[in-house]
Design a protein around this ligand. Structure first.
Ligand SMILES: [Zn+2]
Length: 62
């Protein structure tokens, strides 16, 4: 699942325990060891890209 922090940035969280600590090398949760699905990782990357795009637009002004 994906959380959004107060700054609006996406954070990937474990589907099983809800913690936000992942071992990016093995793609598993630090807390419970549940694997992070490829789907979740792809969703997170898209959210990150959208966030980066939004931020760069805000910086430029309209
Ligand atoms: Zn977990």
């Amino acid at each position: 699942m994906i959380f959004f922090n107060p700054a609006g940035g996406p954070e990937l969280a474990c589907d099983d325990c809800g913690c936000r600590w992942f071992d990016r090398m093995s793609g598993t949760c630090y807390e419970c060891g549940a694997p992070v699905s490829e789907e979740s990782q792809a969703e997170y990357r898209r959210a990150l890209e959208a966030f980066a795009l939004r931020r760069s637009r805000e910086k430029e002004g309209t």
